[in-house]
Unconditional design. Structure first.
Length: 196
């Protein structure tokens, strides 16, 4: 409401709306007539800015993975992926060359993320992915493989892979794909571990 002096006057409902969380004010139509048009625009813009800041803080508070398990039976790939993980600020890395060792490592260390090859001895990467997701549903798993058939990629996604990275691509691309996957994991799970 506008007082005799032309200034906006707070009514009880408008005051409560002003004090409440911005997310509870989906639009500012109910403020028209209570505040001057300039004030309505300011409230709308401030509300939007606070929501953006809250989203930014929420994302910041969710750490990227700092421990990882690499499941791959090729020593040169382990060295390559360890180097990339170091660039991504991963502090501790374990490795396993087959499914049995990988399951033991996950149980013993509870890594923040698993990098999983599709071509493994004894058990396939898809079978191991299914086992990881059955035993540890919140454990993020990134497939890192040379296998690029649509069938395999589709099956991995259906089984719950968080990302699918082709390791034979140029190093810069592999790094970027891993970085994007880490960001997605941080946003979705807050850096959750196999314990979750």
């Amino acid at each position: 409401m506008v007082g005799d002096s032309g200034a906006a006057v707070f009514t009880a409902p408008a005051y409560r709306a002003r004090k409440s969380n911005c997310s509870s004010i989906p639009n500012t139509e109910h403020l028209v007539g209570v505040y001057s048009p300039g004030r309505v625009n300011w409230i709308s813009s401030r509300c939007s800015r606070l929501q953006q800041e809250a989203t930014h803080l929420k994302t910041q508070s969710m750490p990227r993975p700092v421990t990882a398990l690499i499941v791959d039976d090729e020593p040169h790939v382990l060295v390559y992926l360890r180097a990339l993980l170091k660039q991504l600020d991963v502090e501790t890395v374990w490795d396993a060359a087959d499914g049995a060792a990988a399951l033991e490592q996950v149980t013993a260390h509870k890594p923040d993320v698993v990098l999983l090859d599709m071509n493994l001895p004894q058990v396939s990467g898809l079978q191991l992915l299914a086992k990881f997701k059955a035993d540890h549903p919140k454990l993020p798993v990134i497939v890192v493989s040379v296998v690029s058939t649509m069938k395999t990629v589709s099956q991995a996604c259906e089984l719950g892979a968080d990302a699918y990275v082709l390791k034979h691509l140029p190093k810069a691309q592999v790094f970027q794909m891993l970085s994007n996957a880490f960001d997605k994991i941080a946003e979705c799970s807050g850096g959750g571990t196999a314990e979750d």
